[in-house]
Design a protein around this ligand. Structure first.
Ligand SMILES: NC(=O)c1ccc[n+]([C@@H]2O[C@H](COP(=O)([O-])OP(=O)(O)OC[C@H]3O[C@@H](n4cnc5c(N)ncnc54)[C@H](O)[C@@H]3O)[C@@H](O)[C@H]2O)c1
Length: 344
């Protein structure tokens, strides 16, 4: 039996609780949150040990094997290092941490204490994205010219005002670090590393410290060009999250309000009838096994077989590195004025 604990019991912790409860070889033994009302709710519904302090939880329950780090992003480094030092495997919500220095401290602590790290980039497990990965690995689109990632979402002012950490540069990081990091992870997982970034970012509509809109152009190591457009400023509701690829022998667009559907697919290697079958399969079950479930299942299997988790610390690091490169270039390209506490 693998014993799980969670630190940070807000919105996303619910997905961890749900996933742990579905794993036969796993049990949730403790939760930790500084919000007493939230702890009382959980204590009533789960009837497990509740703590307001992570160090106390780790000291009280030596049987904990894995800690899910679900606190605000700027606290991941502190909580991940404390759990690693106590010898616990780590499942760290995205973004892994806010700086590469912090990420390297987590990786060092995990390696010194021989614990595994999985980073939660769940969109990789969506059936439509898996189909695209399969096709790219087979070279279905021939020579690729370019790729585009679009995130047109709504996070209104009430969303940012619900907690003091949201929209801040040090704890949330902005639209790229918090929301579009999913797309940036997919870009590198699907198409390989990125060698050059040109970007513009700004805070156009929301009353927040970090950026609410970003556009960037990319050059991949394989020569492909790429475009990223990300915003939380879209009127009323999430409009689109998509990845498009254009090659000499075909193209595909995975999209919808979340990138879960095959919106377009036309290629020389597979007839339209077969492609339509894939589209129907995806439409019948666009989420499949939830990404959180897949990542937690994988951690349990990684512990039993002593291998590294599928979505690794290196993956978490690459996604944050790309976010930071886009933000740094975006800040360099700002007209002279203040944005998010930085004067350019
Ligand atoms: N993978 C995904 O799809 C996904 C989706 C949403 C959020 N997230 C990530 O999950 C993390 C949390 O996001 P959320 O939306 O659940 O936030 P949230 O504000 O709803 O929850 C955070 C919780 O952490 C608690 N907390 C704060 N400081 C603490 C401390 N020192 N010790 C213990 N608990 C503390 C808060 O009281 C709160 O309950 C963020 O890093 C976010 O980026 C990931």
């Amino acid at each position: 039996m693998i014993h799980f604990a969670i630190v940070g019991c807000g919105h996303i912790a619910n997905k961890h609780i749900e996933a742990i409860n579905k794993i036969g070889e796993a049990r949730l033994v403790a939760v930790c949150d500084t919000n007493l009302m939230r702890l009382q709710e959980l204590s009533a519904s789960l009837q497990i040990a509740c703590f307001t302090d992570l160090t106390e939880m780790l000291a009280s329950l030596p049987e904990i094997d894995v800690v899910c780090i679900c606190t605000p992003s700027g606290l991941h480094v502190k909580h991940a290092i404390a759990a690693a030092k106590a010898g616990k495997h780590l499942i760290i919500e995205k973004p892994m941490a806010m700086t590469l220095e912090d990420i390297d401290l987590i990786i060092d602590a995990a390696s010194q204490h021989d614990v595994k790290i999985a980073v939660v980039h769940p969109n990789r497990f969506r059936p439509a994205v898996q189909r695209l990965k399969w096709a790219l690995d087979k070279g279905v689109f021939g020579k690729i010219s370019h790729i585009s990632a679009t995130l047109r979402w709504n996070r209104d002012q009430a969303y940012y005002d619900q907690s003091i950490w949201r929209g801040t540069r040090s704890m949330d990081g902005g639209v790229l670090m918090n929301q579009a990091i999913h797309s940036l992870d997919l870009l590198q997982w699907l198409f390989g590393s990125i060698t050059q970034v040109k970007a513009m970012i700004d805070t156009r509509i929301r009353n927040i410290e970090s950026e609410d809109v970003a556009v960037a152009t990319l050059r991949f190591a394989n020569g492909y060009l790429g475009v990223v457009e990300a915003a939380t400023t879209i009127y009323r509701a999430n409009l689109e999250e998509s990845i498009s690829v254009f090659g000499e022998e075909g193209y595909a667009i995975i999209g919808g309000p979340t990138a879960s559907w095959i919106k377009q697919w036309n290629c020389a290697k597979y007839p339209a009838e077969e492609v339509n079958e894939w589209i129907k399969q995806v439409e019948a079950d666009p989420i499949g096994t939830s990404g959180h479930q897949a990542i937690l299942n994988d951690m349990v299997e990684a512990i039993y077989t002593n291998r590294q988790p599928i979505v690794s610390a290196a993956d978490g690091r690459s996604a944050v590195k790309l976010v930071l490169e886009i933000c740094e270039d975006g800040l360099r390209n700002m007209p002279t004025r203040e944005i998010g506490g930085f004067v350019c």
